[in-house]
Design a protein around this ligand. Structure first.
Ligand code: SF4
Length: 215
C-alpha cells in the first residue's frame, strides 16, 4: 500500500518511528496537545504582506535590508504559488512505488533562473543556532520537491523569524525580523523519505516510551 508523507510526518518518523508507523498504518494518532493559533494567524497575514509587495514588483523592507536586496525578487506566478501554499495540494512527488511526498511552502524567491525557498516562523524569543537546525529537514524537503518537479534551485534557503519586540503607545505590537540563510541538502531529504517508507513496509517498531506502556 502506498503512503503519503509530509515534512511533519517525517519529523514524527525522526522523533518516534513507532508513533509514525502506528499513525501511518491508521492504528492510532498521537493525541494533539492543541495547536496555538497565533503562528497560523501570523503566517496568513505575512503571506498577505509579502503578496502586496510582490504585486508591486518589490521586496518587503525586511528583505530589502538584507543580502536579498540585490538580484532577488519574489516568485511571480500567483496561481502556482496558491497551489503550492495549499497544504493539501502543495508541491508533491511520487516515487516508483506510488508513495507520495508532499509539502506546502510559504513563499519563494527567484535568483536568476533559480528558486530559493523562503519560510516564515513566528517565535516568542530570538532564534538560536539549535532552532535553525530544527527546520533543516523541512527546507531540504521543499527544495527536493522543487527539483523533482523540474525547477532549478539554489543550494540554500531562507527562514525569516518574526519575534515580538514591543507594544506602542497606541497598542500596536511591533515585531523584529531576522533572516537566516541555510544550506540545503536534497540527498538528505530523499534518504530520509526512503528510510521512512522502508520502515513503514516492515513490522511496527517495538521501542516504547512510558506513554505507550500505559495503553
Ligand atoms: S513510544 Fe511514545 S511516542 Fe512512540 S508510539 Fe509510543 S506513545 Fe508514541
Amino acid at each position: 500500500m502506498p503512503f503519503e508523507l509530509s515534512p511533519s510526518s517525517i519529523n514524527l518518523f525522526l522523533e518516534c518511528p513507532r508513533c509514525f508507523w502506528l499513525e501511518k498504518h491508521k492504528v492510532w494518532k498521537r493525541p494533539s496537545a492543541g495547536f496555538p493559533t497565533l503562528p497560523s494567524g501570523m503566517d496568513r497575514i505575512l503571506k498577505e504582506h509579502f503578496d502586496r509587495f510582490r504585486d508591486r514588483g518589490e521586496l518587503p523592507p525586511e528583505l530589502r535590508n538584507s543580502e536579498c536586496r540585490q538580484g532577488y525578487s519574489l516568485f511571480q506566478d500567483t496561481s502556482l504559488l496558491r497551489e503550492w501554499r495549499n497544504a493539501r495540494k502543495g508541491i508533491s512527488w511520487k516515487d516508483e512505488e506510488g508513495n507520495v511526498l508532499r509539502g506546502g511552502i510559504d513563499n519563494l524567491l527567484v535568483k536568476g533562473n533559480k528558486l530559493v525557498v523562503l519560510d516564515y516562523k513566528t517565535r516568542g524569543f530570538p532564534a538560536k543556532e539549535e532552532t535553525y537546525k530544527a527546520y533543516q529537514h523541512q527546507l531540504d524537503i521543499y527544495t527536493f520537491l522543487l527539483r523533482k518537479n523540474g525547477y532549478s534551485t539554489e543550494n540554500f534557503a531562507f527562514i525569516i523569524f518574526y519575534v515580538p519586540k514591543k507594544v506602542t503607545e497606541t497598542g500596536e505590537v511591533i515585531f523584529d525580523s531576522e533572516l537566516v540563510k541555510m544550506s540545503v541538502n536534497v540527498e538528505n531529504a530523499e534518504r530520509i523519505f526512503r528510510e521512512a517508507i522502508s520502515l513503514l513496509k516492515g513490522p511496527c517498531p517495538k521501542e516504547k516510551c512510558e506513554w505507550c506502556e500505559r495503553v
